[in-house]
Write a protein that binds this ligand. Structure first.
Ligand code: HEM
Length: 517
C-alpha cells in the first residue's frame, strides 16, 4: 500500500492528501450543519471551518494584538462578515470542531452571564490555559469550585469592610508625593499602576510591594510580563503550544516567592487567634480571612493571585483613561472639582458616604468605563449543548458543548446603535461626557464593565470607592490637567486589561488657594 502511494509521486500524493483533507472538513461541516438543523437553529456567520481559512485569522488576531489593534480587528469582523439577520456575531473554527463564536450582542452577553448561566462557564480550555498562573481560583473554575471560592472571597468585599478608607488614603498620598512640581510632565498612568499594585498587595497580604517607591521592583515587572504572555496564550489558544513559556514560568515563580512568606506567617497564626482578629483587628487582611476557612497553601495562593490580577490593572487602567479624558475637557475638571470642594473642602479626607454622595464623580468614572471597559474581551465556554438567542423573529444560534463564546464589552459599548439618537441631552456616544448619565440609564446588558449575573465583579464597590477616593485627593490639590502628548494619537492596548498604549503624560497644576473656582 505504502509502496503504491509512493509510486504516485509527490504531486499526486499532495493532491490526494489535499483532497482527503477537503473531504474530511466538508464532511465535518455537513455533520455539524445537520446537527444544527436538527436542533432547530442556525450557525452564526461563518468565517472559516478549516485551518486553511482559519489560520490567517488567528495569525492576524495575534499580530493585531501585538500591534495594539485588536479593537479594530474585532470590529472589522462584523463589518466584513455581519449580515442583516446577524449583524454582530460571527464564528470561526479551526478543524471544524470547537467553534469560537464572537459577539457584541447584548442579548448574547445576557444569555451567557445570566439567562443560561449554568450552560456556560470558563470551561476546561480556559482553566488549563490559565492554570499555571491562577490555579483553581475564583477566576478559572466553574460549578462548586467557583461558588466555594466566591463564598470565601465575598465577605471581604462587603460594604462594612470597604468603609475603612485609610488604606486608600495612605497610597493616594504616596502617589501625590511622587508627582513632580506643578506644571511638570509625568506619566500618571505609570503611577496609577504602581499605586494600585501597592494598594492591592497591602489589602491582600497586609504588606505592599512598594512599587511607588521602587518602580523597578521585580514583582511589578514579573506581574506585567506574566499577564502579557497570558493574553497571548489566551488569544492564540489552539496554537499556544508554540509560545515560549520560560519568562512566563519565571515570572510566576517571582510572584510566588514574594507571597509565600506572608502565607507561611499567616498559617503560623492559630485558627482561634485568627477568629479573634477577624472581629476588630485593623491588621486583619484578606489573607487572614482566607486562612480562617482553609489551611491549604495552594488554595490560598491561587485566590490571592486571582484577586491581585482582578483588582490591580482594572482600577489603574480606568483611572488612567479617566485622567486622559479629563485632560481634554477643562470644563469637566472644573465642574468635578467644584463638586468635590463643595462636598469635602480642599483637604479633608472623604468618607465613604461623601464618595457615594457625589453623583457627578460616579458619572465621570461610569463614563470612562463606558468608553474603556477595563476587561475589553472575555470568554465563556459552553458546558453543554445550548444556544444564543437570535434577533427578534430570527432563529436561535445553536452552540455545542465545548464551543467558546468570545464577547467584547469594548466593542459592544462602542456600538452607536445601542444608544439614543444624538441630541443636546445625549451627545455623540464616541465622546466623553459624564453629563449624559444625569438623565440616561443604559439599556439592560448594553453596559457591562463589571459583567453581570452571578459572576458579577465581586470587587465592584471596592474598585469604585478606590477610584473615586483617588480622584478626590487629586482634584483637591490640583485644579488643572494638561495633556503633554499627542492626545489624538492615543491607542487602546489590550492585554488582559485595556490600558492607554501611550501612557498618560500630563502636567498637573496645583490650585493656588484650594478654593472653589
Ligand atoms: C475598574 C475596576 C474593575 C473592573 C472594570 C472589573 C471588572 C470585572 C469583570 C468584567 C469581571 C468578570 C470576569 C469574568 O468573569 O470573566 C470581574 C471579576 C472579578 N473581579 Fe473585578 N473589576 C474591577 C476591579 C476589581 C477589584 C478592585 C477587585 C478586587 C480587589 C476585583 C475582583 C474581582 C474578582 C475576584 C472577580 C471574579 C468574580 C467571579 O468570577 O465570581 N475586581 N471584574
Amino acid at each position: 500500500m505504502f509502496a503504491t502511494l509512493m509510486a504516485l509521486g509527490p504531486v499526486y500524493l499532495s493532491g490526494l492528501t489535499f483532497a482527503m483533507l477537503a473531504i474530511f472538513f466538508a464532511t465535518r461541516r455537513l455533520v455539524n450543519d445537520r446537527r444544527i438543523y436538527d436542533a432547530g437553529g442556525v450557525r452564526a456567520n461563518v468565517m472559516a471551518t478549516n485551518p486553511l481559512f482559519a489560520i490567517p485569522f488567528f495569525v492576524s488576531s495575534g499580530w493585531d494584538q501585538m500591534n495594539n489593534r485588536l479593537d479594530k480587528f474585532y470590529a472589522n469582523l462584523f463589518r466584513r462578515f455581519g449580515t442583516p439577520s446577524q449583524p454582530n456575531v460571527v464564528e470561526i473554527s479551526f478543524f471544524g470542531g470547537t467553534r469560537f463564536i464572537m459577539t457584541r450582542e447584548p442579548e448574547h452577553v445576557k444569555t451567557v452571564l445570566t439567562s443560561k448561566f449554568s450552560s456556560y462557564g470558563k470551561g476546561q480550555q480556559f482553566h488549563d490555559a490559565w492554570h499555571p498562573f491562577l490555579g483553581d481560583s475564583i477566576f478559572t473554575t466553574d460549578g462548586k469550585l467557583w461558588s466555594d471560592s466566591r463564598a470565601l472571597i465575598r465577605p471581604m468585599f462587603l460594604k462594612d469592610r470597604i468603609r475603612d478608607l485609610e488604606i486608600f488614603d495612605t497610597w493616594a498620598a504616596r502617589l501625590i508625593n511622587k508627582l513632580p512640581a506643578s506644571g511638570e510632565t509625568v506619566d500618571i498612568c505609570d503611577l496609577f499602576y504602581r499605586m494600585t499594585l501597592d494598594v492591592t498587595t497591602d489589602y491582600l497580604l497586609g504588606a505592599s510591594v512598594n512599587s511607588l517607591e521602587d518602580p523597578k521592583n521585580d514583582f511589578a515587572k514579573a506581574f506585567n510580563e506574566v499577564q502579557r504572555i497570558q493574553m497571548l496564550i489566551t488569544i492564540l489558544s489552539p496554537l499556544n503550544g508554540l509560545i515560549p513559556k520560560y519568562r512566563y514560568n519565571r515570572g510566576i515563580r517571582i510572584l510566588e516567592e514574594f507571597m509565600n512568606p506572608y502565607i507561611e506567617a499567616t498559617l503560623r497564626i492559630s485558627p482561634e487567634e485568627l477568629e479573634k482578629m477577624s472581629k476588630n483587628d485593623k491588621e486583619f487582611t484578606f489573607l487572614h480571612n482566607i486562612a480562617r476557612f482553609t489551611r491549604d497553601r495552594t488554595v490560598i495562593r491561587d485566590q490571592i493571585m486571582a484577586v491581585l490580577i482582578a483588582g490591580r490593572d482594572t482600577t489603574a487602567a480606568t483611572l488612567s483613561w479617566t485622567v486622559y479624558e479629563l485632560s481634554n475637557y477643562p470644563h469637566i475638571v472644573r465642574k468635578l472639582r467644584n463638586v468635590i470642594l463643595n462636598t469635602v473642602g480642599s483637604s479633608r479626607m472623604p468618607t465613604y458616604e461623601d464618595l457615594k454622595n457625589m453623583p457627578y464623580l460616579t458619572h465621570t468614572i461610569n463614563e470612562a468605563l463606558r468608553l474603556y471597559p477595563a476587561v475589553p474581551y472575555n470568554v465563556r465556554a459552553a458546558l453543554e449543548d445550548t444556544s444564543l438567542p437570535g434577533l427578534p423573529g430570527q432563529p436561535e444560534i445553536i452552540v455545542f458543548k465545548g464551543d467558546v463564546v468570545v464577547y467584547s464589552a469594548l466593542s459592544m459599548q462602542r456600538r452607536p446603535d445601542i444608544y439614543p439618537p444624538t441630541s443636546e441631552k445625549f451627545p455623540d456616544p464616541q465622546v466623553f461626557c459624564p453629563e449624559r448619565w444625569d438623565h440616561w440609564t443604559p439599556k439592560p446588558w448594553t453596559y457591562v464593565p463589571f459583567n453581570g449575573g452571578p459572576r458579577i465583579c465581586v470587587g465592584q464597590n471596592f474598585a469604585m470607592t478606590e477610584m473615586a477616593f483617588c480622584l478626590v485627593r487629586l482634584l483637591q490639590k490640583y485644579e488643572r490637567i494638561e495633556y503633554r502628548g499627542d492626545w489624538s494619537k492615543q491607542f487602546h492596548k489590550a492585554e488582559v486589561v485595556g490600558c492607554p498604549g501611550q501612557g498618560v503624560p500630563v502636567a498637573l497644576y496645583e490650585a493656588q488657594y484650594g478654593e472653589v473656582v
